[in-house]
Design a protein around this ligand. Structure first.
Ligand code: NAD
Length: 301
């Protein structure tokens, strides 16, 4: 009997989420929106007529993103994006009190968010033994706890409002593809993947969808800001340049991830591997996890 009740609640929830097929006037929050995937995602939602609340640890870059939306012709010429406007905020997603305050500010100034994209994240590489506890914790605090903080304070408001919503969490291919010398980063992204899977089940009756995004190799600024364990500053810069040039040559832009994020919200998709390598790895993780474990022994460059 109680299962029947559950099914009825899921169906009501699904109907509520469907209102996001039209994003005109929807309030969309994007974290880490000052660069890469976050910036392109903000632009993509703006072009759907959404109102954007963009935040980043770096206020200047968040403001640049807002400017691209609010004053497009001055910046991007004919590529003008017309949305419901954008508002920029400084936010460190790893600071729980700041995220709580930010969610309250968003509700007071712009209304309860309809869509939240927990995008802010950092890269980190290096052997496990050289990855200090401090470095590991920093990665987890931003990539994992930052996502948890965003899910917690925005979903609370969505549940209370009662008209549904959508949460998008940026995970990674390495959530299901082990890779040596990426323990901290991959662990943080696997945790994001699982927290999203669990939360999705819990939020269905409230009409709140959850999408997990696994982008692949995307040409953004991520590598330029990725720390490498156990090397000095010169060597770190060399490693960053080497990997960054590989990412640039791969030439898969963040705009393609952004358009998949918008699609995921509109059609309430649970998990989205974006690039061809992300899709291939997802298939291999199901067909032959042993093969992926074998490949993980090799250097990735
Ligand atoms: N680029 C890729 O290949 C790739 C692949 C898989 C997953 N991702 C994920 O996509 C997300 C976006 O990455 P990107 O490639 O656009 O990188 P990016 O470096 O271009 O952008 C990340 C943004 O997050 C911001 N940021 C960093 N720490 C923050 C904090 N504590 N609080 C708030 N903002 C913070 C940065 O200032 C930057 O603007 C990340 O979660 C990343 O792990 C990227």
């Amino acid at each position: 009997m109680s299962h029947l009740k559950d099914v009825r609640r899921w169906r009501i929830g699904k109907k509520k989420q469907r209102r996001l097929r039209d994003l005109t006037g929807a309030v969309v929050v994007v974290t880490g929106a000052g660069s890469g995937i976050g910036r392109e995602t903000a632009l993509a939602f703006a072009s759907e007529g959404a109102i954007l609340v963009v935040s980043d640890i770096n206020l200047d870059t968040a403001q640049e993103t807002a400017e691209l939306i609010n004053n497009p012709s001055s910046v991007r010429g004919s590529e003008a994006v017309f949305g419901g406007g954008a508002h920029a905020y400084q936010l460190d997603v790893s600071d729980e009190d700041a995220v709580k305050k930010f969610a309250e500010t968003v509700r007071t100034r712009h209304g309860v968010a309809d869509v939240v994209v927990n995008n802010a994240g950092i890269g980190y590489s290096g052997t496990f033994t050289k990855t200090t506890r401090e470095a590991f914790e920093r990665v987890m605090n931003i990539n994992f706890w930052g996502v948890v903080n965003g899910c917690r304070y925005f979903s609370e408001q969505m549940i209370e409002r009662g008209t549904g919503g959508h949460i998008v969490n940026l995970s990674s291919v390495v959530a299901y593809t082990p890779q040596k010398e990426l323990t901290a980063y991959a662990t943080s992204k696997a945790a994001v993947y699982m927290v999203s899977d669990c939360l999705r089940g819990e939020l269905v009756p409230h009409g709140i969808g959850v999408s997990t995004i696994c982008p692949g190799i995307i040409a953004t600024n991520i590598i330029k800001n990725t720390g490498f364990a156990g090397v000095d500053a010169d060597e770190e810069r060399k490693q960053q340049d080497k990997v960054d040039s590989f990412y640039r040559r791969r030439n898969f832009g963040p705009d393609k991830v952004a358009s998949q994020i918008v699609k995921a919200v509109k059609s309430n998709k649970p998990v989205v591997p974006v690039s061809p390598e992300a899709k291939f790895s997802q298939t291999m993780s199901r067909l032959s996890p042993g093969f992926l474990r074998f490949v993980a022994r090799f250097d990735s460059d």
